[in-house]
Every structure is written in C-alpha cells, then in structure tokens.
Design a protein around this ligand. Structure first.
Ligand code: ASP
Length: 329
C-alpha cells in the first residue's frame, strides 16, 4: 500500500528572506537564492509527515514585499486549501513578518492554519535556524489544536498570534515576542502545546480598492509639524501615528490633528512596543482624551505597524466606519 497517500496534504511556499539566503562572493553578504524545494531538502522529515505541495513564489528580502504581492500569495494559499490542503506554510524574511502575518490573518477565512516562518541565520551560516523553524512550522500546521486560529507565526519553537507578534530583536535568534500576552503556545519535543483554546476570529473581505496609501509617522521629541501637515495634501487615505507612551502627541501635533482628523481616519497607537493605548486617563493637549475628542482613534493593543495594515484593508473594503470595533483594548 502507498503510505504517502494516507498522509495529510501540506502546501509550502517560499517568498525569500534569510531562510532562503546564501553567501556569494566574499564581502558581498548573503542574498536570497534558495527556492522552496532547496529549503525543504534540509528537512527530510517533512516528507514522512505529509504529502507536500511546494512552490517558490518569490526570492525577495521581506522589506520589499508589498500588499499586491501578498494578495497574490493569499490567492495561492486559498487555492491550496480549496484543493484539499490540510494547512499551508509560508517561509519569508523576518523583517516584515509581523506585518505580513497580520495582513494575511485579517483576510484568512479558513479553519485550516496558515503558518508563517523564517530564519534569523542564513542557510550558509553555521547553526542556521531555518530547518528547525520549518519542521516546527509543519508540526504546528498539522496539529489539530492549530485549527481555527488564523495565521500563526512559528519561530524558535514558539507559536505567536499574527495580531500580537513583533520582531523585537535585530539579530538575536530569539527575535520574536508577543509583548503583554506571550506566545499562544510552544512546540515541545515535536508536540504543539497551546495555553488557551482558540478564540473567535473576525475576517475582512478582499479589498476592492488597492491604490490608496496609509501614512505612518512617529511622534518624537520636538518634532516639527511639516510632514504631518503634508499628509492630507499628499493624498493619503489614512494616517497612523506611533505616539508617545499611552498614545500621545505634542500640543502642536494635536492642533494639526484637529484639522486633519475630520478629513481622514487617524489612529494614534503607542510607540513603546508593549501595552495598550489609554482612553480615559490623560487630559492634557495631545493626550488621548483630547485626541479622541478631535475624532482620532486609539490603537488599543495593536502596534502602529499593524494599525496601518488594518486601516489599509478597512479602507480597501469600504469599511473604515467600522475602525473602532477593530481596535482591541
Ligand atoms: N533579516 C531578514 C530575514 O530574516 C531579511 C528579510 O527579512 O528578508 O529574513
């Protein structure tokens, strides 16, 4: 009997990133080189776990991925599940993983898991983590407990929720965290252990509009207002500010927002890296009570980058009026 035929179907695609990188000429650094097949060759166990469907969808550094490319990746991944895949894995660069995962999570309509992973060390570096991350990603993808959790990021044997995960270290192997909540689960000796049952998910329809842009500015000490004032003039459809502390800006930025917020959706999130924005604590000019009175939305638990993804997708499907209900406290 063909034992392979009894194994679940698992679709794996690669987009590039360090996990696909190798060194070339001396001094030239590492660059994306390995397609998905080549990456999988270093993890022979995968073929004993599942029938693999393999695709190389890109060979990019993840800073150069974009929304249009992600919509294509999404279409491929949806097609795989519709054709019977039990789960889908994507490998990509870690630099933008916290954003791409959340983008895809907001649009992922299935119970079947979409698991994303990468590597902090290139394939040509000693101790590279790509193969171990791929194996853990497959264990997570095939685990029954992963169903209904949307897009999951698996790095360093931890399983993170797309809405919470952040890259918090530039080069360390343990570069991913879910500040405040911690990871959803862990891979222990090949077994996936979740701390909590899957919660209810909200998903958006595919955007009908994709040409619009959402700006992201960071509030910082003694910042002038020139860029802030230019946002409306430059035709941005929305604005996210990475605010001080619990979601604050200077009094001069607050004055500009008084004029801007009635004309386009504005979110102020926190630039601190952890914790929610406030809603009812601070009453100074530029504090959250003042900002909300001007029509500004507070980012809640979402980091500024994820706020920008959310706002872009909401505008894309004409749902910007629903923004408030998508910003978790
Ligand atoms: N350092 C990055 C990585 O981990 C490069 C990238 O994001 O493509 O893959």
């Amino acid at each position: 009997m063909n034992e392979q035929a009894n194994l679940p179907r698992l679709s794996i695609a690669s987009l590039g990133g360090t996990v696909s990188m190798q060194a070339g000429a001396p001094g030239g650094g590492v660059r994306p080189k390995m397609g998905c097949d080549e990456q999988l060759a270093n993890v022979p166990q995968l073929r004993e776990m599942a029938q693999l469907e393999v695709a190389t969808l890109g060979l990019l550094a993840s800073a150069s991925l974009g929304f249009a490319a992600l919509l294509d990746v999404l279409a491929w991944a949806r097609g795989e599940v519709e054709r019977g895949a039990r789960a889908v894995i994507l490998t990509q660069g870690t630099d933008s993983l916290e954003e791409t995962a959340y983008f895809l999570d907001l649009l992922w309509p299935f119970d079947a898991p979409l698991v994303m992973t990468g590597a902090m060390r290139a394939a040509s570096q000693p101790g590279n983590d790509g193969p171990a991350n791929l194996l853990a990603a497959a264990q997570v993808a095939l685990a029954q407990g992963s169903r209904g959790r949307g897009v999951l990021v698996v790095m360093n044997d931890q399983v993170h929720a797309a809405a919470r995960v952040r890259k918090t270290a530039s080069l360390a192997m343990a570069a991913f965290e879910s500040p405040g909540s911690g990871p959803l689960g862990e891979v222990v000796e090949g077994i996936v252990v979740y701390r909590q049952a899957a919660g209810r998910r909200q998903v958006l329809p595919l955007p009908q509009r994709t040409e619009h842009c959402v700006a992201l500015l960071e509030a910082c000490l003694d910042a002038d207002t020139a860029l802030l004032q230019a946002v409306a003039r430059l035709g941005y459809a929305g604005l996210v500010i990475a605010g001080f502390g619990a979601g604050h800006v200077s009094s001069s930025w607050s004055e500009v927002l008084d004029e801007l917020a009635p004309t386009l959706p504005v979110i102020v999130a926190t630039r601190t890296g952890s914790g929610p924005t406030a809603r009812t604590t601070y009453g100074f000019a530029g504090g959250e009570i003042d900002l909300q009175a001007k029509g500004v939305h507070m980012g809640g638990q979402l980091c500024p980058r994820k706020c920008r993804i959310l706002l872009w997708l909401l505008i894309g499907s004409g749902r910007q009026q629903q923004l408030h209900s998508w910003l978790p406290r």
